[in-house]
Design a protein around this ligand. Structure first.
Ligand code: PLP
Length: 376
């Protein structure tokens, strides 16, 4: 039985025109550098195929994903733009990567060999990007070993060293000395390869934060994720995000209302008794949908009738309750905005992130699959 959640009251509305606008804004900002849109994790929870199409419409030249399957989804949807896999994948997936025309990242000789032999078997040189670990210490060949691996790739008939890149650890804090240190190490690797006669055509380093804050680090292209979705990479670069539009709205409808008396409380634990007779609105969305349970105690809430209403008690798995005070106008069927605008009020994923001590990335990636994405 296939499952379709689209008839639910709770849904995520994705504004594709915001993605296109953000891609075009970023492209204009970083030109002549190119923009590759990072659409891993189902487009940061926004829907990878639709985001990819919207970003390409806004002028993105390529796409980046984390997993082979994520790339295959894009290809099966008919997307022909370059798709970069952001880390080396299990070596037995090399034929799949080459067959679907995905661009692998290589960081080891064994990984390069697996891609190279799949390429040679198909009679072609597969474009690959060599990733250097300049300080993030997550993925990449060390700067010391980069030239050796580059030479191996360069000499392999099944490989074409199209790209060379690195990734910053603290780009959202532009003044942090690690940025200059990483950039310096990376420049040295680029120079060493060039001195050896190896010149990858696409040299890249910047994520959203670096693309926004560090013009010198935009190089041939930038890999932008979070900014494409209209969210902030971090407080240190928030002031550079004014022209970006958040693309996701998380909405639901009031499913029931009831009055409770002074001193009564709602939900598991009956944690917060009301100090006056109050209208409680039940909303059919909960932590299994990606509304973190801990949000209830942060002072956050949701919008109903253009007014912010605090959570009345703990968020449960499938439902949450809002305290509408003495406002008797709230009724079943009313629109509830958890993330997004209603009237003149707005709640963003970044607001949730600040309240919870996390980042907007985690909020949007955490919106569960059982929330249908409606692309507008
Ligand atoms: C290697 C790499 N490049 C670029 C990005 C995009 O980062 P951001 O969403 O901060 O733009 C990511 C995301 O995690 C990444 O892992």
């Amino acid at each position: 039985m296939s499952v379709d959640f689209s008839s639910r009251w709770a849904r995520a509305e994705i504004d594709s025109s915001a993605i296109t606008h953000n891609a075009a804004t970023l492209r204009a900002l970083v030109a002549p550098s190119r923009v590759w849109a990072v659409v891993k994790a189902n487009g940061y929870g926004h829907g990878s195929v639709e985001v990819a199409q919207a970003a390409l419409a806004g002028g993105a030249d390529g796409l980046c994903v984390a997993l082979v399957d994520e790339g295959v989804v894009l290809r099966r949807a008919g997307i022909t733009a370059p798709v970069l896999l952001l880390s080396e994948q299990p070596h037995d997936q090399a034929p799949l990567i080459v067959g679907y025309g995905l661009t692998p990242t290589v960081t080891t000789t064994m990984g390069a060999a697996a891609i190279g032999s799949a390429g040679a078997q198909q009679g072609r040189a597969v474009p690959v990007h060599l990733k250097v670990d300049t300080g993030m210490h997550r993925v990449g060949v060390s700067p010391r070993e980069a030239l050796h691996l580059a030479r191996y790739i360069d000499s392999h008939e099944g490989l074409d060293l199209e790209g060379l890149y690195t990734h910053f650890a603290v780009a959202d804090d532009p003044e942090h000395p690690a940025n200059a240190a990483q950039a310096g190490l990376f420049d040295d690797v680029v120079s060493a390869l060039r001195a050896d006669g190896i010149s990858p055509r696409i040299v890249h380093a910047a994520n959203s934060a670096a693309a926004l804050a560090a013009p010198a680090r935009r190089l041939d292209m930038v890999r932008v994720g979070i900014a494409l979705y209209g969210l902030q990479p971090g407080p240190g670069v928030a002031h550079l995000c004014a022209d970006l539009r958040p693309a996701m709205r998380l909405v639901a409808r009031v499913s029931a209302v009831r009055w409770i008396e002074e001193g009564e409380a709602v939900s598991y634990g009956l944690r917060r008794p009301v100090d006056k007779r109050s209208l409680i609105a039940t909303v059919p969305i909960g932590y299994a949908d990606g509304v973190p349970r801990s949000l209830w105690s942060t002072g956050a809430g949701a919008l109903v009738g253009g007014v912010a209403r605090p959570f009345a008690g703990t968020i449960t798995m499938d439902q949450l309750m809002l305290d509408c005070g003495d406002d008797s106008s709230v009724a079943p069927g009313d629109e509830v905005v958890l993330i997004g605008s209603q009237g003149t009020e707005r709640i963003t994923a970044d607001d949730w992130a600040r309240a919870l001590g996390t980042i907007g990335y985690e909020i949007v990636c955490g919106i569960a699959p059982r929330i249908a994405r409606r692309h507008l």
